[in-house]
Each structure stands twice: as C-alpha cells, then as structure tokens.
Ligand binder design. Structure first.
Ligand code: GSH
Length: 205
C-alpha cells in the first residue's frame, strides 16, 4: 500500500505527519509551498479540490480532511500499535476527541485567527468576535483541564490519536496568544505529548 502525504510546514498537516511517524509506516512526503500557491495548482486541485493540506493519497485514492486521515490511519495501522483502540467504547472516546478537535476547538481557533491575525485585512477583522472566540477557547481549555484531572492522557491511560489530534491545536492556540497558564493539567499533558520523539521526527522537514 503506497502512502503519499502532501503537507506544508507549520500547518495543521503536522498531525498527519506525526501520526505517520508514530505508526512507523513507510510513506512519501511531498512538501507544498503555500506562499507560492502550489496548493492551488491544477495537479494538486485534481487530488484535493479544497486546495488545502494535509492530503493523504492511499494507493492512488486521495483522502482530504485531517480528521478523515487520522481515522483512516488509526483504523488501518493504529490498533496493533496501541495508538487507536479496537471497536468499542474506548474507540468512541477517541473519536469524540478527534471530532472535538475539529468541530469545537478547530472552529473556535479559526474564528479567533481570522479576527486577530495581521495577515487578514483589518477591515475583515472584528474585535468583538475575536474576544468571544478567546473566551470560547478558554472554556474549551477548561473542558480539557477537567478531562485530564487524574489522567495522564485523554483516553485509556496511554497516549492515543485523541492526544495527537488535540495537543497540536492547543499549542497553536498558545502561539496565537491564548493564555494557557491557568490550565495546569493541560500544560503538563501538552508537554508529555509534544515531547514525543515521533513528533520531533515529523517536524524535521
Ligand atoms: N478542514 C481542513 C482544513 C485544512 C486547512 O485549513 N489547511 C490549511 C493549512 S493549516 C491550508 O491548507 N491552507 C491553505 C489555504 O487555505 O489556502 C482539514 O482539517 O484538513
């Protein structure tokens, strides 16, 4: 089975890169230069009409959306590695956090970024929307804080794709200026997750 990952550095594609490194499966990496618009070229749009990374091409079949890529990789390679639970309640819990990473955390994060980042024209930004998104992100961090009380990882007592999908987004929130200092458990968990050698390998290029 050939796996080709299209990615760009410093984007949400890091989660797919990290997953592949954790799984220790063979894959080919194709780096796209977003600033040069490589993700909007016809040859890439033919694979991913959304014009976004990550994209995983599995034996010729393109899979877009980070969540779908994570679920595919988890189901296919993660169970035997102990990174993705077999069907059952633990799997449902991992899926819960994966969905939360996109539908709740990701939604608030992109709302915050769209209304704060200098790359967005000032007239398109709204400080009230930004303030509401900041509050939402702090509430979401608090949900995580409570989930991590008495737990080292989100599901089943060990690092899983739930942690892998959520932790980079929290790190991104901190980079964008969300204060995570009050969230003691989140900070400790985040350090545990982000210190994994597979992530360092994923970030190499
Ligand atoms: N919903 C998509 C979003 C992917 C996404 O927004 N990727 C960004 C990088 S973080 C991108 O490719 N942006 C380029 C663009 O929109 O022009 C996913 O989760 O995979």
């Amino acid at each position: 089975m050939s796996l080709v990952l299209y990615y760009a550095p410093m984007t949400s594609a890091i989660r797919a890169q990290w997953a592949l490194e954790e799984l220790e499966v063979r894959y080919e990496k194709r780096k796209l230069d977003l600033a040069a618009g490589e993700h909007k070229r016809p040859e890439f749009l033919a694979l991913n009409p959304n014009g976004k990374v990550p994209l995983l091409v599995v034996h010729g079949t393109p899979i877009f959306e980070g969540v779908a890529i994570a679920i595919y990789l988890g189901e296919t390679y993660g169970v035997s590695k102990g990174l993705y639970p077999p069907p059952g309640l633990n799997r449902a819990e991992v899926l819960k956090w994966i969905a939360w990473s996109a539908a709740s955390l990701g939604e608030a994060l992109s709302r915050f970024a769209r209304n704060t980042q200098a790359s967005i024209p000032a007239e398109a930004r709204n400080e009230h929307v930004a303030a509401a998104a900041r509050r939402d992100l702090q509430e979401l961090a608090d949900i995580l804080e409570k989930a991590l009380e008495k737990r080292e990882y989100l599901v089943g007592g060990a690092f899983s794709f739930a942690d892998l999908m959520v932790a980079p987004m929290l790190a991104h929130a901190a980079q964008l200026g969300i204060d995570l200092e009050p969230f003691i458990q989140v900070k400790a968990w985040s350090a545990r997750c982000l210190g994994r050698p597979a992530l360092a390998r994923a970030m190499k290029d």
